[in-house]
Every structure is written in C-alpha cells, then in structure tokens.
Design a protein around this ligand. Structure first.
Ligand SMILES: NC(=O)c1ccc[n+]([C@@H]2O[C@H](COP(=O)([O-])OP(=O)(O)OC[C@H]3O[C@@H](n4cnc5c(N)ncnc54)[C@H](OP(=O)(O)O)[C@@H]3O)[C@@H](O)[C@H]2O)c1
Length: 290
C-alpha cells in the first residue's frame, strides 16, 4: 500500500515540493498552510485535501513534511497548539525541510523520540528553481532507520539526498553550504562590478571565465541578472541573514572562526537598509553601486 503524507508550509519551496510528492510520487498528501487560501489552491491544483491545522493534516499520516520559516515557526507547527506531534501515529516520521538551527533539530528529535516518532532534519539547497524542477540537494540528520524510510519519498523532488550524521547534522551541513556561498557571492559581485567599471563586455567575460577555475553555480545562474541590476526573485536577503545568524551562533559554540561570513552578514544588513529585504542574495552587488 502507498504511504500517506501530510505537508505543512506551502511557501515558495514547500508548494512545488509537495506538488512533486503527489504528482510524481503518487503519494496521497494532506496539506496545511497558515494562510488557508494557499492550501485550498494547492488542493485544487493537485486534487488532494487541505486541513485547517497541522495536527489535523498529520493525523494518520505515515510521513509528515514541513517547510516553514525559522526555529519558532517550526516549534509552533510541531509542539505548539494544534501542532503535528499531538496527532502523529506511533512510528510515523517527521521530515523537516526548514533551514533552522541544529539545536532545534536536536530538541525536536528528542521530543519526537519520546513519543515514538521519527524526526529527520533535512534542509535543502537549490532554490526556487530547484524546488520547481524537483532537483534539490537535501542534507539529512537523524536515525538511519528513519532516513531509509523517508529517502524514497524525498527522491521525488531531489537529485541528491544523503544522511550526514545524527540529529542536527543536516542543519550543520546546510550551515557549511551557506558559509561557502556568502563569501563567494561577494567575490562575484566585486568581479562583475570591477569588470563593468573597466568597460568590459561582462556577458562575454563570464562566458569565458565560467569555464575555468572561477566558475560556480552563482556565476552560471546569477551573472546575467547581476549585470542587469535585477534582484526581484530568488533567495531573499532576509532568509540569508537568518541563515548567517544561525551559522554565527553555531560558530560561537564550536569555536570556528568565520570572519568573512560575519562581514558579509553586515553587508546584507546594508542591503536590507537599501530596501532589499526580499531581493535575491546576488544583490550584494547593488551595495557596490550605491
Ligand atoms: N526560497 C529559497 O530559495 C530557499 C532555498 C533553500 C532553503 N530555503 C528555506 O526554506 C524555508 C522556506 O522558505 P520559502 O522560500 O518557501 O519561504 P516562504 O515562501 O516565505 O514560505 C514560508 C512558509 O512557512 C509558513 N509559515 C511561516 N511561519 C509559520 C508559522 N509560524 N506557522 C505556520 N506556518 C508558517 C508560511 O505560511 P504563510 O503562507 O501563511 O505565510 C509559508 O507557507 C526557509 O527556512 C528558507 O530559509 C529557502
């Protein structure tokens, strides 16, 4: 018999991910979204059910997925009033795709275990396009048995999904991902800004250097819009500041030095002051043009 699922959080990421689970995977999915119209729209589009609370969505499901904003949102939809943990059946697995702290993942893993539930922290990388095209990268932490059960379902919207350690390890891996991106986007911004000031045809320059050692996902996917000064899409600066805050707090605990990450976090604070809270993270270049 096909497993059943619930999905909590139908934002830019969750909406298409839940859609793939239903349409590609053939998994029956009951959705919950705080703003109910979005849940009704999803249920209409994918011909399945919407529930009025996380608990009602989660009742009887074998797997409960979430993709909400931050630690507090995640606590609210799991252990808060009408949270999913109240209603999940024993043996069911909760898979969290929110980018959150490793601490909240460990905390919720322990609460889930005490109730006989599984919990896998599974933040994603690949952005809106990755979610829409079902080709996300998923970094997981938790128990091997829970991961093994969840992985075939996650495969419907990912092309890379791996268990990287115990509870919280997925979130720690996502922090590594964000630390690597932060400095890289600043370097790309400085390179493009420099080239434009030098009077170079930057489209042509990028076509050449992207095939060499400077190439990156950010260069391939963002150079055109960075040159054109367009940022009204993609991964929001507000989300990036949330993520970098999580990285800096974790580094405070484990003693890692993050000087560039701390600096870029401040640069993003400048972009927020310029009105760029919902701009894509490639808007670091806008700061150089002010
Ligand atoms: N966007 C990206 O490119 C990207 C890439 C990788 C990772 N992420 C991460 O994925 C997560 C979701 O991102 P997103 O871009 O999909 O965000 P989003 O479009 O803002 O969606 C957030 C979702 O969470 C729901 N939500 C927020 N707070 C809630 C609460 N307290 N109770 C119940 N529901 C709540 C929202 O409901 P409403 O509809 O009612 O607001 C919405 O469905 C974030 O942790 C983000 O950092 C995003």
């Amino acid at each position: 018999m096909s497993p059943t699922a619930a999905w909590i959080g139908l934002g830019v990421m969750g909406y298409p991910m839940a859609g793939h689970l239903k349409s590609k995977g053939g998994v029956p999915v009951t959705v919950f979204n705080r703003t109910a119209e979005k849940a009704a729209r999803w249920a209409g589009q994918f011909k399945d059910k919407a529930a009025p609370t996380p608990a009602e969505a989660a009742k009887g499901a074998d797997f409960v997925f979430a993709c909400v904003g931050n630690d507090d949102d995640l606590r609210q939809v799991t252990i808060g009033k009408d949270g999913a943990f109240q209603a999940m059946k024993k043996g069911a697995v909760f898979i969290d795709h929110t980018t959150a702290s490793a601490d909240v993942a460990r905390e919720l893993h322990a609460v889930a275990a005490a109730k006989g539930l599984g919990f896998v922290d599974a933040p994603v990388s690949g952005g809106q396009a990755g979610a829409e095209n079902g080709v996300l990268t998923v970094m997981c932490g938790g128990e091997e048995g829970d991961f093994t059960k969840a992985a075939p379902l996650i495969a419907h919207y990912s092309r890379m999904c791996r268990l990287l350690g115990g509870p919280g390890s997925g979130q720690l891996a996502k922090m590594v991902n964000q630390i690597c991106i932060a400095g890289l986007v600043q370097g790309l911004s400085e390179g493009i800004n420099f080239g434009m000031k030098a009077g170079l045809d930057m489209e042509a320059v990028i076509e050449v250097i992207s095939k060499g050692a400077a190439g990156s996902w950010q260069m391939d996917n963002r150079h055109k819009t960075m040159i054109a000064d367009k940022f009204d899409f993609g991964f929001a600066v507000d989300w990036m500041r949330k993520d970098l805050g999580i990285c800096l707090a974790e580094a405070n605990n484990n003693g890692a030095s993050l000087p560039v990450t701390a600096l870029i976090d401040q640069f993003y604070a400048d972009v927020q002051k310029m009105g760029g809270r919902r701009w894509d993270t490639s808007s670091l270049i806008a700061r150089l043009r002010k």
